[in-house]
Design a binder for this molecule. Structure first.
Ligand code: CTP
Ligand code: CA
Length: 265
């Protein structure tokens, strides 16, 4: 990459980044969690601020200092993260889901600390959490369809033209006329950590989730979790791929924003 001083190619854009890992409470003192440090998400937030974006950072259980210039929303569980991301995404141009979201949560959480007794412990029953990335993609698809249908019907042509091509936000008024109010960002980016069949799994995941870009990390060899370095392949919805060689998470973040900026241009 050519380092050409501070770029402002995300000026005027609102981007949402999720970072860290969710925690699913078992009782007031215990949770099911994961190893995400939040470093990659925070690097994404910092670099987006540096490139001129308005940044909302939804941080799940991250112990890093708030990045200067970003709006930070702190959450704990997957359901809280969903709420915060969907709300922020409503007026966003791009959403990058770098957070590690717990796939499952305990069906019930105890209001009081579970005590040890002479009996064997009860099993913890799990239930699926909502898939936030898939939901972002699904709501966008439904909204695009609704706008296209309204376009084709021609009836509310004036309103459609007024909203013309504006996908992010969809100004006041427009949103109320389209069924399924919801987030409609133009670029949706997912992350995936895979241990085997990295590319095939990544490709299937991108399609399943309906996102535009999927950053696929190979986990292991001291990469990814809690380290300053990362390496990845970015898969695109069109079937392309961009390799990012091992380097600082800031560099990976900049490549992601390069690809996002291209798609927003
Ligand atoms: N993700 C999400 N909501 C979930 C789970 C994952 O939004 N409940 C997002 C993550 O933030 C990430 C992407 O989906 O950007 C891929 O996460 P990953 O765990 O790799 O995908 P899963 O569909 O959960 O598949 P797997 O069985 O491999 O865990
Ligand atoms: Ca998962």
């Amino acid at each position: 990459r050519v380092l050409a001083g501070p770029r402002e190619d995300l000026a005027g854009r609102h981007v949402v980044v999720s970072a860290g890992g969710t925690r699913e409470a078992i009782d007031p003192v215990r949770f099911i969690g994961n190893r995400s440090s939040g470093l990659q998400g925070y690097a994404l937030a910092r670099t987006a601020v540096a490139r001129g974006a308005e940044v909302t950072l939804v941080a799940a259980n991250v112990t890093l200092p708030d990045p200067a210039g970003a709006k930070v929303v702190r959450v704990e569980s997957a359901r809280q993260l969903r709420e915060a991301v969907l709300t922020a995404a409503e007026h966003a141009d791009a959403v990058v889901m770098a957070a590690a979201v717990a796939d499952f949560r305990p069906v019930r959480q105890s209001d009081t600390k579970i005590k040890k007794s002479s009996a064997e412990p009860d099993p913890i029953h799990l239930v699926k959490n909502p898939d936030i990335l898939a939901e972002l993609g699904e709501v966008r698809r439904a909204r695009r369809e609704a706008y296209a249908a309204r376009d084709a019907a021609g009836g509310a042509a004036g309103d459609v033209a007024a909203a013309g091509g504006r996908e992010a936000g969809d100004g006041p008024g427009a949103a109320t006329q389209v069924p399924g109010d919801g987030p409609h960002p133009r670029v949706i980016v997912g992350f995936a950590a895979e241990t085997d069949d990295v590319l095939a799994n990544g490709r299937a995941k991108l399609e399943r989730k309906g996102c535009d870009l999927l950053v696929v990390n190979q986990v292991g060899e001291n990469l990814a979790f809690g380290t300053p370095d990362n390496a990845a392949v970015v898969l695109t919805a069109e079937g392309g791929s961009v390799e990012i060689s091992r380097g600082p998470k800031e560099d990976l973040a900049d490549v992601v924003w390069d690809l996002v900026a291209q798609r927003l241009a």
